[in-house]
Design a protein around this ligand. Sequence first.
Ligand SMILES: [Zn+2]
Ligand SMILES: [Zn+2]
Length: 885
Amino acid sequence: MADDKEPRYDPAVIESKWQARWAADPALYAAEPVTCGKPKYYVLEMLPYPSGQLHMGHVRNYSIGDALARHMWMRGYNVLHPMGWDAFGLPAENAALKNNTPPREWTLSNIAAMKRQMSRLGLAYDWATEVTTCLPDYYRWNQWFFLRMFERGLAYRKKSKVNWCPECATVLANEQVVDGCCWRHEETKVEQRDLVQWFFRITAYAEELLADLAKLDGWPEKVRTMQRNWIGRSEGTEVDFLLAPGGVIPQPDGSLGPFVPPQGVERVRVFTTRVDTIFGATSVQLAPEHPLVKALAEHDAGLRSQVAELMEEQKKAKEAGDVGAIEKHGIPLGHFAINPYNGEQVPIWVANYILMDYGTGAIMSVPGHDARDFEFAHKYAIHIRRVIAPADPAAEETPLPFLTEDGVLINSGEYDGLSCEAAQKKLQQVAESGGFGKATVTYRLKDWGVSRQRYWGTPIPMVYCEAHCQGDTPIPVPDEQLPVLLPEKIEITQQGGSPLSRVPEFLNTTCPKCGGPARRETDTMDTFVDSSWYFYRYTDAKNSSAPFSSEVVRYWFPIDQYIGGVEHAILHLIYSRFWTKVMRDLGLIANDEPVEHLFTQGMVIRNGAKMSKSKGNVVSPDEMVARFGADSARAYALFAAPPDRDLDWQEDGVAGVSRFLARVWRIVTKHAATARSAAADHMASTGDESALKGHGFSRADDRRKIVGASAPEGSSSQDAQKLLRKLHRTIAKITQDFEGRWHFNTCIAAIMELVNEIQAADAQLSSGDVPAPVVRELLRTLVLLLAPFAPYLVAELWEELGETGSVLRAPWPVSDPGLARKDELEIPVQINGKLVSVVTVAADADSKTIEAVALTVEKVQARIAGKTVLKVIVVPGKLVNLVVK
Ligand SMILES: [Zn+2]
Ligand SMILES: [Zn+2]
């Protein structure tokens, strides 16, 4: 029966007490100056969008980062652990439309609300470095970078087909199209439209972005693979097929007349990764948007409508997100192209599965050795020719299509007999010396379209001067006129393009070149611009003369540990790598890559599904904190699953963690007086105050003196020794986990086991059978080990133990290897390399002892009976192997 008078663990009381103290001490989590002389550690969680509400995914992400930050502080590092807000974006405009609240007001009040939640959770952020991307002191540097990129040709404008989300009423980057739908509107099909857009030339860095993936061995392999595929490098050859003379096409007056190729399309340039198969090319296939198709269809209404159909099919396949799965259709154009290697004329087709933006928008079709070409040729009865045979002449004939790069050429004139690889090199050389082609590399990665027809984003710092300065040529806004401010008063309709084009005060400006009237660019930047470099700004967030100090960045970068969801594997994590390389080339930074170690945590799910309002399975962090306390919610988020796996949220589990923390609280408060008296005695006898700041004992010797090196069975010293062993094994395990795989779930489980053992010895702790200095070490270390996971409870108990100052400044406990070592080991016994048995020996047993034990095993004796033991190999602590004959 619970005694009402007995004090109880009350997280609400403890947490509000410490929250107030921490709020009054902003230096607590502040990074020290770069001159402090300590090693640095930059730990970062991805910054959230300020929706107004943290969700459990955030709590998990931040609990992981926070545990790491706290641990590194205790390890003596200068830790930078900042937080900010990815504050531009569409939801603010949607909210403005719905609630008639200006986006800025809505965003800033959401930020305030989420900041309160974060502080309630006790997250250790250095708020002096806070970055809010929608404020001019930040976005002016987006504009500044934009101008630097424009100067270097890395920002440019072009008319292009764009992904258009009718719901967002704006352009989306390729990366924002998911299975043919908008990444924000999973139900909305993305359309293709023609618009003049701003782009960043990320393709200029394609090769380096790909090559440097090899350096990122601190990143999950799956993320590197996703980036490699996204960049999509393929090596191949461009070959020019001349148009064969002859052929008639409809003329402007409708009559038939000779086809005269317009300038630029006298030849069809194809891209192929398999030039070794070019003697098997039996047609050339063009994308529906290919300029030659356009020329042929110019006065041919019939062809135009057929091509339009192909285009429509392709568009639909794109919208469905899988052009590869398209049902292939094509039309022969009635013209021929000449294979430059053998002079053969092959028919030219236009087909719905050829993409204008891959390679050159034209391919040679080799049905004998390509599955897709085979399917097409089969359907339209196009000639199929075998040009590759198995490398082994004795091999049986293979069915077509024969897909191999490990064969030899046949039916390929003078190149017969060459291996595929040798033929590729040879044929590239021939093309280059003949002037009809070259080796080339093509990428799937496209330039980054950054124009958005929205209000709530960074204005692009360009103006257009109609009267004097060539009309449509963009003129950069001079640096000293930055920032180009977003107007505050705005009417959001989400119709008819950018809202900025309807604000005369914004739109109308003066030309920086001629002083005449000019209009501003009304596109704003993709919000992925904001998140591409925000983590540099954290290091010097108040700088008003530069985006950051290069010197400060040199100290803090690269980021030691970045933590976020795997959904950012390609978008944010490629853009920010690109941005880093651009900043390096601008001479601002020295690092090539922004992030040394990346960790992608699993999702938080409930009842087997991702938490979402529509499924009604959302758990609110506020509710969890109100019911169980922040420490329980945080510790549970770490305890319930390894951090890289999905976590299925169970309320019983949170309650269980809360009961565990209550147990810790009871044990420590119950014996705190003993620990305090041990500290006082120690100081009185030695006058050594510094020793008290350490691990409870100044030297391992002292510990052994008290506990006794070889305590007799059943003695009090033996109890103490057992507890200390458990304690030091726990220290070793948790320390190792922080350095390695972050299995915080097993860390907390190990602390639970330790607490069980301490609790089981409760009577001995009370009676003095366990000496007071040991009690002190046990409790003090237990609190230190919990510090990364349950900061409120730990602060309270730290004070209870008579300690002063923040626990974050106390050194992380170091395990005594003598105590941490296991008492006994299991050692496999082999005979002639085969496992026969396993023996249990003392951990410190020497070779002779292990050998003797191994030879007494019945199974071993049976196997060696009547044989000669030639040799016994003992690897202490590892194995025994008998060599017998
Ligand atoms: Zn959308
Ligand atoms: Zn002008």
